[in-house]
Design a protein. Structure first.
Length: 81
């Protein structure tokens, strides 16, 4: 929950992205040739990989929060790819 996180933040249109805005938030939408689509909003948060913050300090990473998925995102079985 981005709203309850101390480090996550929604990406804002005027600062963090040049296009694809939904209100004040950066948004994305991907449509595939068979008709499936996925859409949502961008946020960033701190990500840590490894075992020690001193050896692997957290970095800010951009991620997407899906708010709409349709067609094959629900019906296609996982194939390991």
């Amino acid at each position: 929950d981005v709203g309850r996180s101390q480090s996550a933040r929604w990406l804002q249109c005027s600062v963090d992205c040049a296009s694809d805005c939904d209100g004040e938030q950066c948004s994305y939408r991907e449509t595939y040739s068979e008709g499936s689509s996925i859409s949502g909003h961008w946020f960033d948060d701190l990500v840590e990989l490894g075992n020690s913050p001193t050896e692997n300090p957290p970095v800010r990473a951009r991620m997407g929060c899906h708010s709409n998925e349709n067609k094959l995102f629900y019906t296609q079985k996982a194939n390991g790819i």
